[in-house]
Design a protein around this ligand. Structure first.
Ligand code: SF4
Length: 87
């Protein structure tokens, strides 16, 4: 059986977001580049996610798709090897 790479999980998350606003909505930390988020800010994000009614669906998507960008249900999935050059 072929993997769906998170397509079904993402659809379920989007459907739920139509009815329930994610706790991270409007929080700039969640769209900031990973390299620009401090460990203390990541802890704040984990606590935000712990309060989110969409946590299970968001986690299911993250586990299925391992997205390289974004913060999903308390964690990053992509590598943190990219560094800014300051140009
Ligand atoms: S669980 Fe997902 S949707 Fe909810 S606050 Fe965390 S990142 Fe946002």
């Amino acid at each position: 059986m072929a993997t769906n790479s998170g397509i079904e999980e993402y659809a379920a998350l989007l459907a739920a977001m139509d009815k329930t606003e994610p706790v991270c909505m409007g929080d700039d930390l969640f769209i900031r580049d990973r390299e620009d988020v401090t460990p203390e800010e990541q802890e704040d994000m984990r606590q935000t996610c712990a309060q989110c009614p969409l946590y299970d669906l968001c986690r299911a998507y993250g586990e299925a798709a391992h997205p390289t960008g974004g913060y999903w249900a308390g964690r990053y999935y992509g590598s943190a090897t990219r560094r800014r050059t300051g140009d």
